[in-house]
Design a protein around this ligand. Sequence first.
Ligand SMILES: Cc1cc2nc3c(=O)[nH]c(=O)nc-3n(C[C@H](O)[C@H](O)[C@H](O)COP(=O)(O)O)c2cc1C
Length: 328
Amino acid sequence: MPFKTRITEMLGIEHPIVQGGMQGVGVAELASAVSNAGGLGILTALTQPTPQALRAEIERCRSMTDKPFAVNMTVFPTINPPDYKAYAEAVIEGGVKIVETAGTAAIAEIWEMLKPAGIKILHKCTSVRHSLSAERKGVDAISIDGFECAGHPGEDDIPGLILIPCAADKVKIPLIASGGFGDGRGLVAALALGADGINMGTRFCATVEAPIHPNVKQAYIDNDERGTNLIFRSLKNTARVGKSAVSDEVVRRLAQPGAKFADVADLVSGKHGRELLQSGDLSKGVFWASMVQGLIRDIPTVKELIDRIIAEAEGIVDQRLARMHIRA
Ligand SMILES: Cc1cc2nc3c(=O)[nH]c(=O)nc-3n(C[C@H](O)[C@H](O)[C@H](O)COP(=O)(O)O)c2cc1C
């Protein structure tokens, strides 16, 4: 066990590597592969159409791994919210012991349901102030997403190189660094910056087990570190997605004076995003992706990826850094 941290100890996992919740991607095949490889795999609750389906997916995942795995619950700002409490009940009844949460402040109600069930809560957020607020409210660990990340980086635009040590200086509970991680160099950097582990989203999308069409996986390889667009900036709900003709068009439309969500709703709908992931047709909608695309050059199995990250990180610590550090 080369890297033992507060996160490996708290979660009972071998390696300090977490697979972030991913809408449309976080199903049992991927989550169990990550857990079997020694990381923490995460099912994404709202990928399942109903709480009953989530309950069945938890059982399916349990039949595929005897290692710990988690469920992500993300509370989105939406007009017709799903029955979050029923999803949380499915998690509790399913005997899941770790939940990753994210989203609006309404998530606090879900924490109050999960805590009495003895569930460990990893709360993912994008600022030090939100980390401290979640810590005060009793979550067990913070996952902090830098500006590089796929999904919602917040509105502060602070990259991980600053955000992670700023959080590490103030947050007392275990800290997971997220956004832009994809290799052993990133893992060592995160640990050096004061985190206890890393969370990866985009990098896990470009693996054999990710339930995504090969064309989309190829897009992660073809795009470099500049291959993302920030959409919804003017709506104060910034989201980082893969650069494509569709996301370029979303940016163009929202740059028009007075533009509203309705002007791009057809391009960004969740339904179209799911179709894109399944069909591989990038003209269908937008797909989540981060700057880490610049570091994605192959489609390994999850186990190959995790083993490679750990071996690379060990090599950096034991050889590269050890050689550079001249003891008097
Ligand atoms: C395809 C995809 C879907 C995602 N869906 C969610 C989600 O539903 N809820 C959530 O909290 N984060 C979601 N994220 C964000 C990831 O959990 C993670 O925080 C982010 O990807 C980290 O940045 P990285 O992509 O550079 O590793 C998603 C990311 C990707 C790539």
